[in-house]
Design a protein around this ligand. Structure first.
Ligand SMILES: Cc1ncc(COP(=O)(O)O)c(C=O)c1O
Length: 441
């Protein structure tokens, strides 16, 4: 069913993920449930890592963009695969450090890092901080001085290439809260400022042009623009980057409107980047930098499915059919946020062809609480197990306790055997941080 063998339909007609029967998983662990296929996560990490090794003499590092799905198990897997991690908050950093993730392989991002987060990053001695404001740079300088260290930093720049699914645009005046524009002089001012700071060592540039991108040409153009900037900074300041971080953003399959890319196919995206870096550095007479990429969605997105139980079916005659499940925007807010599209099937009748278009409704008190509209499904009945595919990225990590619903647990499947990587919440957990002032007792 899925060319990477993450998903299969077994002899009972049930959906399997990583060799585990989804109906059995729903019985054992309950629903809603996030399920992850460990083999697929590792395949993706290895594909990027090995391409870098083969085609760039290993002169670089793959950083798992952990915002896609952050939990101890993910950092442990990334560490075992010998890759690094990108973190964007003290919380992600703390989680990584709980499994002794090598701090030198951590890159810390964020457009407004809190003073306490900067201190934590320096205390842990993270490998690199990606600077996104002058105030932040000055703060890192001060904290590094206090500790008597020199902190490696990169500068996040905005090369004026914006890309989204199936399209990219070049903009001269990019409007973004991230990075410094190469067009209005602000990136240059930052280079000049960073080079003067005695406790910072500027190692290079970072750029991330968007997410769910399928066009290799957009990454190639971004490399060209970043290295144009690097070349002009070398002329002016004599600084050539020893590292180049081109971010993440490789697209994944959600529905048949998207391309299906094999693990090797993702390696080809990295090959295109490597090729562009080699060509541009040759043309601009820049030394070849250490190359970093930060894939998140493509590492973990298709490795995950979410299982739900159908609790109600409601037809508004001539208009729409709602299939209501026991999850919703509290475990997957992406339809509400971006109108994202998903593919769903009935895990207990997985071989059945879809016969109708339905809206998959969550259980929150919000009309807009949907996982999707016009989704193809066979006729669903109460008790059916719905599997929503490609939910590994930006689902759990964006989940909330809205309506005081419990965030579902997650299991990791390895050779057909599932174990918790996120344990179930209980109602006690919901009130754990509530406080009752004396006047209300
Ligand atoms: C700086 C940065 N790096 C990497 C990523 C990961 O992108 P993706 O999950 O699309 O690969 C993001 C996502 O927003 C990002 O902002």
């Amino acid at each position: 069913m899925n060319e990477r063998e993450t998903l299969k339909i077994n002899q009972e007609g049930h959906l399997e993920i990583g060799g585990a029967d989804c109906v059995e998983l729903a019985k054992s662990f309950g629903t809603p449930l996030y399920v992850f296929d460990e083999a697929q996560i590792r395949r993706m990490m290895r594909s990027y890592r090995d391409t870098l090794q083969r085609e760039y003499k290993g002169n670089g590092l793959v950083l798992y963009a952990s915002k896609a799905f952050s939990c101890k198990a993910m950092y442990a897997i990334a560490n075992q695969e010998g890759i690094g991690a990108d973190v964007v908050s003290g919380g992600e950093l703390y989680t990584a450090m709980q499994v002794n993730f090598p701090a030198e392989r951590i890159y810390f991002h964020g457009n407004n890092k809190l003073p306490s987060e900067i201190e934590l990053a320096l205390d842990y001695r993270v490998g690199c901080i990606v600077v996104d404001s002058l105030t932040e740079a000055e703060r890192i300088e001060g904290e590094a001085e206090k500790r008597g260290i020199v902190q490696r930093v990169m500068l996040r720049i905005n090369p004026g290439v914006e890309a989204h699914t199936h399209a990219f645009v070049q903009t001269a005046t990019p409007d973004s809260k991230f990075g410094f524009s190469v067009f209005d002089g602000s990136a240059e001012e930052m280079v000049s400022a960073l080079l003067k700071m005695r406790h910072l060592r500027l190692v290079g540039y970072h750029s991330h042009i968007g997410s769910q991108i399928f066009e290799k040409a957009s990454f190639v153009l971004a490399v060209e623009k970043v290295l144009d900037f690097a070349a002009s900074m070398r002329l002016k300041y004599g600084f050539a980057p020893s590292e180049l971080n081109m971010g993440g953003g490789f697209g994944i399959w959600y529905t048949d409107e998207d391309r299906r890319i094999s693990a090797d196919g993702y390696g080809e995206y990295l090959s295109a980047l490597i090729q562009a870096v080699r060509t541009q550095c040759r043309e601009k007479e820049l030394p070849l930098p250490r190359l970093l990429i930060e894939p998140g969605r493509s590492i973990v997105g298709e490795a995950g499915v979410t299982l739900y139980t159908v609790g109600a079916v409601k037809e508004i005659k001539g208009l729409r059919k709602y299939v209501a499940i026991d999850g919703g925007m509290f475990d997957n807010p992406r339809y509400c946020l971006y109108g994202s599209k998903y593919t769903a099937l009935l895990a207990n009748r997985a071989a059945e062809k879809p016969t109708e278009l339905v809206s998959l409704a969550g259980k929150c008190c919000e009309s807009g609480d949907l996982i999707g509209v016009n989704m193809e499904l066979p006729e669903a009945h109460i008790g059916d197990i719905v599997a929503v595919l490609s939910t590994g990225a930006y689902n759990y990590s964006m989940a909330s306790n809205y309506n005081r619903n419990l965030i579902p647990p997650a299991v990791l499947v390895r050779e057909g055997k599932a174990e918790y990587i996120i344990r179930p919440q209980r109602y006690e957990d919901l009130v754990r941080f509530d406080a009752l002032p004396d006047s209300l007792k």
